[in-house]
Design a protein around this ligand. Structure first.
Ligand code: C2E
Ligand code: CA
Ligand code: CA
Ligand code: CA
Length: 279
C-alpha cells in the first residue's frame, strides 16, 4: 500500500512539474513572439441581415508560432492572462485592428465598427484608457469606429470601478458590447445602468434543437429586452442558414458566424468585400 501511494505521488508530482515546465516554455515563447511580430489578427465579418452588408468586423487574435503553426486564442489567451502578458498582447491587437480599419477606409471600404476583445485583466489594467487614446491618436482612427467587447461575467460585477471605466470609455466615444451574453448568472438590471451599445447573444442560445425549447424562449426574451433598452443585438456563432432565418423572424437584425464567413486575414476580407460589391 505504502509503495503504491508513494508511487502515485511521484507520478503526480512529476506530471505537475511537467505541466509547469510546459507552460513556462510557452510563456517564454509568447514573450519572444510578442517582440518578434508573431501576433496576427484575423477578422470575422458581421452582417446586417436584411441589407446583406458587412457592418462590422471582430478582431480575433492568432499566434503564428515558428514551430507549432498558427495557434488559436484557446491555446494561449489564458496563459497570457495568468502571466500578465495579456496587457501587452492586447495593445498589439488593438493597434493592428485600428491600423487595418484605417487601411480599409483608405481603400474606400468603410465598416461601422472594428470590434476588439478585452479580457478581464486588460479591462482592469490602470493603463487601459491611456493606451486606447494613444492607439487612436497614433492610427488616426475615429473613436466611434472602435468597439470593445467585454464579457458578461466582468460587466456583472457592478462595482464603482467597472462603472467608472465604462463611463470613461463612453466619454472617449468608443462603443461597448457585452460578449457571450446570457452565459453569466447576472441580474439584468445592469444592462440599463451600463453605457453599452450592443449585446452579442451567445451561441449556446441560438442552437436549433427540437427537443429543448428553452434556448429559443431565452433568445425571444433577450430580443424584447434589447428593444426596450434600445440596444443592438448580434447573433453569434450562426452555423446554419435555418438559425439565421429564425433569428431574423424573431427580429434580430445582425449576425456573425461560420455560415456567413469564417475569421480570415485582412487580405481575404478585402477580397470578399470586393466580390460582394461586384455582384
Ligand atoms: P469570442 O469573443 O466569443 O469569439 C468568437 C469565437 O467563436 C471565435 O473563436 C470565432 O472564430 C468563433 N466562431 C465564429 N463563428 C462561429 C460559428 O459559427 N461557430 C462556432 N462554433 N464558432 C464560431 P476564436 O477566434 O478561437 O476565439 C476564441 C475566444 O478567444 C474569443 O471568443 C475571445 O474570448 C478570445 N479572444 C480572441 N481574440 C482575442 C483578443 O484579441 N484578446 C482577448 N483578450 N481575447 C481574445
Ligand atoms: Ca526576441
Ligand atoms: Ca468576442
Ligand atoms: Ca462571444
Amino acid at each position: 500500500y505504502r509503495s503504491k501511494h508513494a508511487g502515485r505521488n511521484i507520478v503526480t508530482v512529476f506530471e505537475e512539474t511537467l505541466q509547469d515546465e510546459q507552460s513556462l516554455t510557452l510563456e517564454h515563447e509568447l514573450r519572444e513572439g510578442l517582440s518578434n511580430g508573431e501576433i496576427t489578427v484575423y477578422y470575422q465579418p458581421q452582417i446586417h441581415l436584411s441589407a446583406g452588408t458587412i457592418t462590422g468586423v471582430e478582431a480575433l487574435v492568432r499566434w503564428q508560432h515558428p514551430t507549432r503553426g498558427l495557434l488559436s486564442p484557446g491555446e494561449f489567451i489564458q496563459l497570457a492572462e495568468e502571466c500578465g502578458l495579456i496587457v501587452e498582447l492586447g495593445v498589439i491587437v488593438l493597434r493592428m485592428a485600428c491600423q487595418e480599419m484605417k487601411l480599409w477606409e483608405r481603400q474606400g471600404i468603410s465598416y461601422e465598427t472594428v470590434w476588439v476583445n478585452l479580457s478581464p485583466r486588460q479591462f482592469q489594467s490602470p493603463d487601459l484608457i491611456t493606451s486606447i487614446q494613444d492607439v487612436l491618436r497614433e492610427t488616426g482612427l475615429s473613436p466611434t469606429s472602435l468597439g470593445l467587447e467585454i464579457t458578461e461575467s466582468l460587466a456583472m460585477k457592478n462595482t464603482d470601478l467597472i462603472m467608472n471605466k465604462l463611463r470613461q470609455l463612453r466619454d472617449l466615444g468608443v462603443r461597448i458590447a457585452i460578449d457571450d451574453f446570457g452565459t453569466g448568472y447576472s441580474s439584468l438590471s445592469y444592462l440599463q445602468q451600463f453605457p453599452i451599445n450592443v449585446i452579442k447573444v451567445d451561441k449556446s442560445f441560438t442552437r436549433i434543437s427540437s427537443d429543448d425549447q428553452n434556448p429559443r424562449f431565452i433568445v425571444t426574451a433577450i430580443l424584447a429586452l434589447a428593444r426596450e433598452l434600445n440596444l443592438r443585438v448580434i447573433a453569434e456563432g450562426m452555423e446554419h442558414i435555418e438559425q439565421i432565418h429564425w433569428m431574423r423572424q424573431e427580429g434580430c437584425d445582425y449576425a456573425q458566424g461560420y455560415v456567413v464567413a469564417r475569421p480570415m486575414t485582412p487580405e481575404m476580407l478585402t477580397k470578399m468585400h470586393r466580390e460582394l460589391c461586384d455582384r
